[in-house]
Design a protein around this ligand. Structure first.
Ligand code: GDP
Length: 443
């Protein structure tokens, strides 16, 4: 994930300062030096770093941090506030007024994830805002863009307007807008053509489309892996098109991410979304305060809770918990647990949202975890109803059958059975403890 190294550096620097019993001018300077180095290493723009630190220093002096009740905390709070400001303090959500058609135009260089992000945003508008979006495929330059958008649209149940063979993007957009009106759509998202570099033809086409549809939002996609170049690209697009926000894609990669921290103050455009993977759901709204928390190694519980509320079947989880606490844990319950965990997405990313668990997240390999979960699910699905609810019937011949059916080995089956027994035992212990202490898991 972008920013991982930066978070690590911040966490270490803060650990150091919170361990000292007194904050002095000297160790405050040391901390700020560490912060400076961490930001530069993360590829944050030099000027941005300079003014960031100056602001912190002047606020620290202004609020007389050194003589405050808890100087270390006060200093960290100042750094946090400054980070939030750097990332863009005001709300950056897209407004979806009821009864009004919202038009969003996606722009950006080729390969930055424009088409993918257009579909992700349409999906968010449908699922989270209850809108009726239509996508317009007006990228006529990249050969596969139209097919790609059609496939994505189909996968999320959103109509895509396209004219295969057309060479006139403006016409496609005009007809697409008419199509959207006919469909009673209240949200239109237009995928436009990028180029490998900024050029006049591209800007001319984008500017024509802009004047035709008068979009509510012009979102520029930038690839987090691009580094400092993002700043120039964002500046150019903004000068020519008045971009309203950025979608930073490929945040899941190991980009250092510094340009994302600088772009707001250099190009004056707020980050609105981040793309965190290739799948349609891999997209988060960008909240500066939450990002600052995550950056400082303090996790992001709010996003975690939202994700859980959105993805998990809370009723099913509660029922499962109740059953487990009453000692009735079966392989079906285990399967249900695996399914719920899978719905939450990357385990590594989830761990990072838990305050203090950042280092633990480093030990998780999502691919291994996913592969092992898939194996476990296949094994359970190869069991009969009886075997799932009463594992004591699992003799050698049955285990061999299950291994064959699930494409695994008897060792894998044995491993899962032993994991199951352990979990069941833990549940029993936990349940006894909970009963003794009067905890109640019934709803
Ligand atoms: P376009 O030319 O700007 O329309 O770019 P595409 O939407 O085709 O994206 C280019 C490539 O980047 C595709 O392979 C996408 O699957 C991938 N991609 C897009 N967004 C993300 C993201 O947030 N994370 C990752 N890992 N890949 C992404």
């Amino acid at each position: 994930m972008a920013f991982d190294a930066l978070t690590q550096r911040f966490t270490e620097a803060f650990k150091h300062i919170t361990k000292t019993d007194r904050l002095t001018e000297k160790n405050m300077d040391d901390l700020l030096k560490d912060v400076r180095l961490a930001l530069l290493e993360a590829d944050v723009n030099v000027q941005v770093v300079r003014s960031f630190l100056e602001q912190i220093k002047s606020k620290a002096l202004g609020t007389k941090v050194l003589t405050s009740m808890n100087p270390q905390e006060a200093l960290i709070k100042i750094i946090y506030d400054q980070l939030v400001e750097l990332l863009g303090a005001q709300g950056t959500e897209i407004a979806y007024p009821q009864g009004k058609t919202v038009v969003i135009m996606m722009v950006g260089l080729q390969g930055t994830g424009k088409t993918t992000s257009a579909a992700k945003l349409a999906n968010l508008a449908l699922k989270k805002q209850g809108r009726k979006p239509v996508l317009i495929a007006a990228d006529l330059v990249r050969p596969a863009a139209i097919d790609q958008l059609e496939i994505l649209g189909k996968s999320i149940g959103i109509q895509v307007y396209a004219e295969k063979g057309s060479t006139n993007a403006l016409n496609v957009v005009r007809n697409g807008m008419a199509f959207a009106r006919m469909q009673n759509a209240d949200t239109v998202i237009i995928d436009t053509a990028g180029r490998l570099h900024i050029d006049e033809a591209m800007m001319g086409e984008l500017s024509d489309i802009k004047h035709l549809v008068k979009p509510d939002e012009i979102l520029l996609t930038v690839d987090a892996m691009t580094g400092q170049d993002i700043l120039n690209v964002a500046k150019s697009f903004h000068e020519q098109l008045d971009v309203t926000g950025l979608v930073v894609t490929k945040f899941d990669g190991d980009a250092r991410g510094g340009a994302v921290l600088s772009v707001r103050s250099v190009a004056q455009v707020p980050v609105k979304f981040v793309g965190t993977g290739e799948k349609i759901d891999d997209c988060d709204l960008f909240y500066p305060d939450r990002m600052a928390n995550r950056l400082l190694g303090m996790g992001d519980l709010l996003t975690l809770v939202e994700k859980a509320e959105e993805k998990l079947d809370i009723e099913a989880s509660a029922r499962g918990m109740e059953r487990m606490m009453s000692g009735q844990f079966t392989f079906d319950d285990m399967l249900e647990q695996f399914n719920q965990i899978s719905k939450m997405g990357s385990l590594k990313n989830l761990m990072k949202m838990i305050p203090g668990a950042n280092q633990l997240a480093g030990q998780i390999n999502d691919e291994d975890t996913e592969a092992s979960m898939k194996r476990s699910k296949a094994i359970i699905l190869s069991m009969t109803k009886e075997e799932r609810s009463n594992p004591s019937v699992l003799r050698a011949s049955r285990k061999a059958r299950i291994a064959k059916g699930s494409g695994t080995s008897v060792t894998d089956v044995n491993r899962l059975v032993s994991q199951f027994e352990k979990t069941k035992e833990q549940m029993r212990l936990f349940s006894r403890m909970a009963n003794k202490s009067g905890m109640n898991f019934k709803r």
